[in-house]
Write a protein that binds this ligand. Sequence first.
Ligand code: G
Ligand code: G
Ligand code: MN
Ligand code: NA
Length: 254
Amino acid sequence: EEILSSLDTALAEKQFVIYIQPQFNHATKQLVGGEALVRWIHPEHGMQSPVDFIPVFEDSGLIPKLDLYVFERVCEYQRKCLDEDSYTFPLSFNVSRKDLLLPDYIDSMEEIRKAYDVPVEYLRAEITESSAVMGGSEHAVEIINRFHELGYMVEMDDFGCGYSSLNALKDLEVDILKLDIKFLRGHVGGRGGIIISSVINMAKWLNTPVIAEGVETFEQADYMLSIGCEIIQGYCYSKPLPADEYHKLAVESN
Ligand code: G
Ligand code: G
Ligand code: MN
Ligand code: NA
């Protein structure tokens, strides 16, 4: 397609930027970190959503290139914080299943991280439960071990949205669960509430902190806090922000 040939150009011309969605501790109202989310500022078509273009990058085999570009922007931003500020919050970045099928993907990440001299504790890899399972759980275990050897925390993204969340959780020793609460659809009670509080309990037994994603109202945030989940990422606090706006927020909240 036309879009395909333009992907390489777009990367070369740096038409991609990172937005950062802040994460808050709802008990203290403090900002505690954020997730980097890519945006494509297309010269003719304007801002494109990753929902539309990530699948195209995955199908065309260009996704590792894009994800490494995003990872580099994250390292660059963290370097800036480390230089300018007395504190730096950890940032999560997304890793595609296709990235992890490349044997040297993590080596390439490490080259970038070292070039920017960012300590590994400021960087957290998000993998989705579906990507973990679809690559084969043995492979996923290897990947997670590799990240752990290097000192990265690994987050399981979109937990609860796939077909085999529990299976993935059984096999994969991730450090943080990102629980998408979108399926509550506005109200906090009912079957959805029972399922969510059970997941929070299970995560406690597994000693795995949970970040609630897709939290749209403070009623939902209060509910999550009441069942033991403090960390909130969602529209109730903030949409994903341009990096400089996120930075202002981070500086203010410290
Ligand atoms: O806001 P949001 O629309 O940003 O993101 C939509 C989807 O695109 C999410 O599932 C998210 O995980 C994915 N996504 C966002 N940024 C990236 C990225 O840099 N790399 C990959 N692989 N996926 C991303
Ligand atoms: O990587 P992941 O699929 O988790 O990306 C997060 C996605 O969720 C992004 O598309 C982001 O814009 C979106 N998102 C973040 N907060 C909210 C929210 O409160 N409600 C909804 N509906 N989507 C959200
Ligand atoms: Mn994510
Ligand atoms: Na998610």
